[in-house]
Design a protein around this ligand. Structure first.
Ligand SMILES: C[S@@+](CC[C@H](N)C(=O)[O-])C[C@H]1O[C@@H](n2cnc3c(N)ncnc32)[C@H](O)[C@@H]1O
Length: 257
């Protein structure tokens, strides 16, 4: 019995496939290396631009100060920098962001975007694993992870790490695909996800398989109540969530006390 428990806990999901926990990160890295250059275009196409509204809502909940008061954001699995750019643009002159992502290809696109936007002095890019963040305890005012947590093999570790690096009183916001509960919308959403997105991915990035993984990984992600429990177990307080767009996405928020 003990052996079978161990075997189960050493396995995880990569989309609908059960894979050894130790293999998942490499497989996820291949996905994002493959799509990095076309990632932003595909995001707009796939979500029909909605990801912009979801990210804006996240930033409005984050409320970076509008004045020169220092405010530091850690954007975990921040990829090409979207959430960080939006945060420093919404904030005052004291707002700074650090994008931490495991994938050098995504970060390289992000650095180019930061230069093009004139934000290179406000947003820095650090290659880092969410499960072992290379930052001191209590060093950031806020931490976010947008459409990233479902890709991390050990979500519990990533959440604990995000809590560790937050200052007391700091907020953690998690934006992630969730579960559609609106009758009718669920069928349309399923058809759209499974029948259209991999084909779109193939047309735009030449890679259908990566987008097949992305849609499958959404279905494997915990329901909002279960994810809230994970945040509480990681030590966060005042955990709450808001479903967005009929549950396509959920925004969880919590505080480090
Ligand atoms: C869907 S993208 C989201 C990017 C960005 N946050 C956004 O909203 O556009 C997922 C990101 O998670 C990153 N990622 C996956 N596993 C990670 C890990 N263990 N640590 C840090 N980043 C990771 C990937 O490299 C990728 O950039």
């Amino acid at each position: 019995m003990a052996a079978s428990n161990t075997a189960e806990s050493d396995a995880t999901h990569f989309g609908f496939r059960t894979v050894p926990l130790g293999d998942k990160q490499r497989m996820v890295d291949e996905v994002f290396h493959s799509v990095a250059k076309r990632y932003d275009v595909m995001n707009d196409l796939m979500s029909m631009g909605l990801h912009r509204a979801w990210k804006d809502l996240l930033v409005s909940k984050l409320r970076p100060p509008k004045n020169d008061r220092p405010f530091t954001l850690l954007d975990v699995a921040g990829g090409t920098g979207d959430v960080s750019f939006r945060t420093v643009e919404a904030g005052g002159s004291g707002a700074r962001a650090t994008v931490a992502d495991i994938n050098g290809g995504m970060l390289a696109v992000g650095r180019e975007r930061a230069i093009a936007k004139g934000l290179a002095d406000k947003v820095e890019f650090v290659e880092a694993n969410a499960e072992e963040l290379p930052f001191p305890d209590r060093s950031f005012d806020a931490a976010t992870i947008a459409f990233g947590i479902r890709n991390v093999p050990r979500m519990d570790k990533a959440l604990s790490e995000m809590r560790r690096v937050l200052k007391p009183g700091g907020r953690c916001l998690v934006l992630e695909f969730s579960h559609v509960d609106v009758p009718g919308l669920d069928a349309i959403y399923n058809t759209y996800s499974f029948k259209l997105i991999p084909g779109m991915g193939k047309m735009v990035t030449g890679d259908a398989e990566s987008y097949q993984y992305l849609v499958e990984s959404i279905r494997q992600f915990p329901r909002p109540e279960a994810f809230a429990d994970l945040m509480s177990t990681a030590g966060f307080k005042r955990v709450a969530w808001t479903p967005l767009s009929g549950g396509i996405v959920a925004l969880h928020s919590a505080v480090r006390i």
